[in-house]
Design a protein around this ligand. Structure first.
Ligand code: SIN
Length: 475
């Protein structure tokens, strides 16, 4: 008998007859069912979040911070079971899930610390009879909509910062991976977060999105996911002029210059490409290699690809399954489109026999910018390889995309590093490093990759409003 999970509304678990199935992407077996929220339940969650906000926003930052520190500790204590749940529902290798729990927990600890340092500002007033200053206040009820690729870390990056700022939160996790979020909900109760401050609803994404965006009680939408859905949320939020943060798609370039340490570049690339089987918005999506080292680096890549172990996330593997059939079909269609337009398969190129939702690590050469594999986010273990000559042409080519999230490059020339960072239209850079994910990173992108930043020293900012006071002293 698989377990049926409810919804977390106002500190209570509420069940519903209508449920959705959660599948293990490794073998498509049902692992749990989750209640689908009704319209009344969604409205109830919104209303109760409003009541909870009124109390929570008046609790001292010291107490808020302490509760979040409890939550941090409890999450760390539950690392094993959380990691297993992540692998079970997302398919990613268990070693990556363990890293995700630490990464996810780090956002809670960081938000707890940042809440203690939250402040406004007092100005030297230009009018002598006045004091002028501003204070920071929580925005109110926050709706957080999170993706399936990091079932814990994308939740904590939003939820912990919002709660630390004094907001209440309604979380809508991905219907593909809701179990980690629900377990996190159980831990939140244990930590002492008061009823109604953190709510979790699941179900029909369109309906939930509509009710949350149209509600005048919900003051903030924070979303991580596709650019397509981000645009829709932005449009729907306009009727209530809602504060919105969006962390959307990417098309990350990974550049290897002729002076790069090729061994380091190779390992950096493997890390940036194959984390979660290429299903992250900062995954390397296009590989640019200077012509002088192209042949050598290509053969290093082929040898390294041969070593990648593909399989069940609970075994000792490097690459797990894709999340769904839709994801697999997209990857496959990008390969077919590239082949039709003249690309050459250098390695891999088809579904893997490791299971139904697996695709082989794939290297595609002879790529041009008309191909889907070059233009679009692949979200899979495939990579187009492009030879470049001049730095000027490279910059134009790399910027020729509507996305601007992460970029990576390897070079030893320090003068070049600044030049590239200045000229590339991206929000985050890995310089001689394929790893950029940390609580210190102001995570977010330019262009259609989103609006706003998460994490970092600014982590509370998206959940705060500014109130300016011009105070004439009249007694
Ligand atoms: C994402 O894929 O959306 C986030 C990845 C990260 O935080 O490292």
């Amino acid at each position: 008998m698989v377990k049926n999970y409810g919804l977390l509304i106002d500190g209570k678990w509420v069940e519903n007859k209508k449920t959705l199935n959660v599948l293990n992407p490794f073998n498509q077996k049902k692992i749990a069912s989750v209640s689908i929220a009704s319209v009344a339940q969604i409205k109830n969650a919104i209303q109760n979040s409003q009541y909870a906000f009124k109390k929570w926003s008046r609790i001292s930052v010291k107490d808020r911070s302490q509760i979040l520190k409890n939550l941090f500790r409890i999450v760390k204590e539950n690392k094993k079971s959380l990691s297993e749940t992540i692998t079970m529902e997302s398919g990613k290798p268990i070693s990556e899930s363990m890293v995700e729990v630490d990464y996810g927990a780090s956002f809670i600890e960081w938000a707890a610390e940042q809440s203690l340092g939250s402040y406004g500002k007092i100005f030297e007033s230009p009018e002598l009879d006045k004091k002028m200053f501003y204070i920071k206040k929580p925005v109110g009820v926050v709706a957080a909509i999170t993706p399936w690729n990091f079932p814990l870390a994308m939740v904590t990056r939003k939820v912990a910062a919002a709660i630390a700022a004094g907001c209440s939160v309604i979380l809508k996790p991905s219907e593909l991976t809701p179990l980690t979020a629900l377990k996190f909900g159980e831990l939140s109760i244990e930590s002492g977060i008061p009823s109604g401050v953190f709510n979790i609803i699941n179900g029909d994404a369109q309906l939930i999105g509509k009710l949350l965006t149209e509600s005048s009680i919900v003051k903030k939408i924070t979303f991580t996911g596709s650019t397509k859905v981000g645009k829709l949320l932005m449009k729907n939020s306009s009727s209530t002029v809602k504060n919105i943060s969006l962390e959307l798609g990417g098309n990350a370039p990974f550049i290897v210059f002729d002076d790069a340490n090729l061994d380091e570049a190779l390992e950096g690339f493997i890390a940036a490409k194959f984390r979660n089987a290429g299903q992250t918005c900062i995954s390397a999506n296009r590989l640019f290699v200077n012509e002088k080292v192209f042949e050598k680096f290509q053969s290093m890549l082929v040898n390294r690809f041969k070593q990648l172990r593909v399989g069940n996330g609970f075994d000792d593997v490097d690459v797990g399954p894709l999340i769904s059939n839709e994801a697999l079909e997209k990857v496959e269609s990008h390969i077919k489109d590239a082949a039709k337009k003249g690309a050459k398969l250098v390695f891999g190129g088809k579904r893997s026999d490791a299971g139904e939702l697996f695709f082989e690590p794939t290297l595609v050469g002879n790529v041009n910018k008309q191909m889907q594999i070059f233009k679009k986010e692949n979200f899979g273990p495939i990579i187009p390889l492009v030879k470049f000559k001049s730095e000027k042409d490279l910059i134009e080519l790399v910027n020729d995309t509507e996305y601007g999230l992460a970029a990576y490059f390897y070079t030893k020339k320090t003068s070049r590093i600044w030049e590239i960072v200045e000229n590339l239209e991206y929000g985050m850079f890995g310089v001689n490093s394929g790893k950029i994910s940390t609580y210190l990173n102001p995570f977010g992108g330019l262009k259609e990759s989103g609006i706003g930043r998460e994490g970092s020293l600014q982590c509370l900012e998206p959940f705060l409003e500014t109130k300016f006071i011009s105070w004439r002293v009249n007694d």
